[in-house]
Design a protein around this ligand. Sequence first.
Ligand code: ATP
Ligand code: MG
Length: 324
Amino acid sequence: MEEPVTGAADDEEPTHAVIATRGLTKRYRGGQLAVDGLDLTVPAGSVFGFLGPNGSGKTTTIRMLMGLIEPTSGTARVLGRPVPRAARAVLPQVGALIEGPALYGFLSGRDNLLRYDAADPTADPRTRPGRVAAALDRVGLTAAAGKKAKAYSLGMRQRLGLAAALLQPRRLLVLDEPTNGLDPQGMREIRALVRELASDGTTVFLSSHLLDEIEQVCTHVAVMTRGRLVTQGPVAELAAGARGRLVVTTPDPADAARVLKERGATDLVIAGDRVTAEPPDQDPAEVNAALVTAGVRVRGFGLERGSLEDAFVALTGEGFDVAG
Ligand SMILES: Nc1ncnc2c1ncn2[C@@H]1O[C@H](COP(=O)(O)OP(=O)(O)OP(=O)(O)O)[C@@H](O)[C@H]1O
Ligand SMILES: [Mg+2]
């Protein structure tokens, strides 16, 4: 699965990363530092979640990766080739959905796709109608394909943008907030589609401000705040790094809470027969033994698995839904 991504010229050493940036920085003309020294590595075959609150620099990064805007400094490689320099060679292998897909409102969804495909010099006109029909079907738009795009809802536009990215087999899909504007059922469909594409071997890089969504579909994640990368790596590793809460189930909750407190546990919460706490910095077996020694009848004792949200809060010291 991990075949090397090789470039043509000698400055383009083989790499397993499908996207690699070094010190990638964008300062907009108004002075806004939108992306600040980004070192991003997206492994081949991953479903890579690019997570960050509104305004954290996700779309700006994606625009640089797709050669739509020039970085202020730093470098970016996509499929082993430098962008924006080699963008023309690379981009036909990349399907992209970027914020607010441009549509011709007076054309139907199907005609928009036919036109979009016709603008791609690498697309075979003979297979065009079939590929357009297949892409419409994949995103669930077949029934609405004849409707004018100006009459499309936000979710339908989003699906059409995704269909455009799927007109040809791609080695990489770059999706900026692909579930934006979709209802819960639509979100599920897109998640299923992303998994299906990934199982065919396509690397998927998708941005989102929804932690939940990233946890459900991604193998890897990078977290942005205010233009800077806070962390990146496999989702499972990141979530495991977050310490979960200690949970004790007992008919003696008050006694249990007292003993846990003596042992250094903090943020104790008693709810019925459940006592939860931030665990003290010692072997959980010792804590359990202390409870039993103190005569607490322990029915259940364990550490809840940390979530990505816990990891995020631990990393940034803030909740997730904050403006960047
Ligand atoms: N064309 C522009 N000119 C000036 N500043 C911009 C421009 N586009 C974005 N910015 C600023 O750059 C920062 C990052 O914006 P960006 O759109 O990359 O964030 P984002 O993570 O995609 O946010 P969202 O989740 O809302 O889509 C923001 O502070 C934004 O105001
Ligand atoms: Mg954005």
